[in-house]
Write a protein that binds this ligand. Sequence first.
Ligand code: CAA
Length: 263
Amino acid sequence: MGYTTYENIVTEISEGVFTITMSRPKALNALNRATLEELDKAVAEAEANGNAKVLIITGAGEKAFVAGADIAEMSGFTPLEGREFGMLGQRVFSHIENSDKPVIAAVNGYALGGGSELALSCDIRIASENARFGQPEVNLGIIPGFGGTQRLPRLVGNGMANYIILTGEMVSASDALRIGLVEEVVPADRLIERAREIAKVIMKKAPVAVRIAKRAINLSQDVDLASGMSYEAEAFTTTFATSDRIEGMKAFLEKRSASFGGK
Ligand code: CAA
């Protein structure tokens, strides 16, 4: 399968890991409409590629993951255009969140505004030591519009989300780790390697189980405990109908590693 060519994104696949690199150097990889549309297409490309098991999203260069929504483009928006832009970002990030394939954010520098929100829509966040998170929208007279007011409090709690969004202050990588905004911090030159290591660990697991677990965890953010438990019971039942479940348990009992077919 050949690669689609993008203007502000680079995609590549190797050893089952599909990497999407946000690459708009003149604006620290900021998200304009065209880049958001491309990101949506790149995620769809990864989803359609049977060889792609796990996605990594990162930024080109050493300075920025994504420095936010494109302020120059937004500056000319009417309220209606602002709404459409917000809805576009929300739709693309929900596409990432709801993808059947696990998505790891490898945050390599500034992840501000829409950049932080992009990382929030991924399943696991790994950051380099020089990463800086933040929701500086209040400096511009706007609020986070790509899911930040909803996903950030779910991840770090209302108090910390208020602190970050109302002050607009940047959060260092070590503070991001402390508050649960990222799962791991590594030296910059180890970032992609570490993200790939995690991807490869996930790739060795039963694919249907991984997919169903991701869905159940996402659902836990939206429903009451009893409904979530009910969903989990049905999802758990579904895994018993897979060949991978038979192979996984048989392999354990035979003291060998499992070979999963994804069925
Ligand atoms: N939009 C458009 N252009 C941007 C940008 C953005 N979000 N962030 C950086 N750039 C551009 C700069 O304008 C600059 O362009 P020129 O060279 O043509 O002047 C170039 O990228 C390099 O940036 P700086 O010179 O500012 O680099 P710096 O090292 O001095 O500062 C920074 C880096 C702290 C990240 C700073 O660029 C910055 O504060 N950027 C804006 C961050 C921001 O406010 N993001 C939130 C946007 S709003 C949003 O995202 C809304 C939403 O939720 C949907």
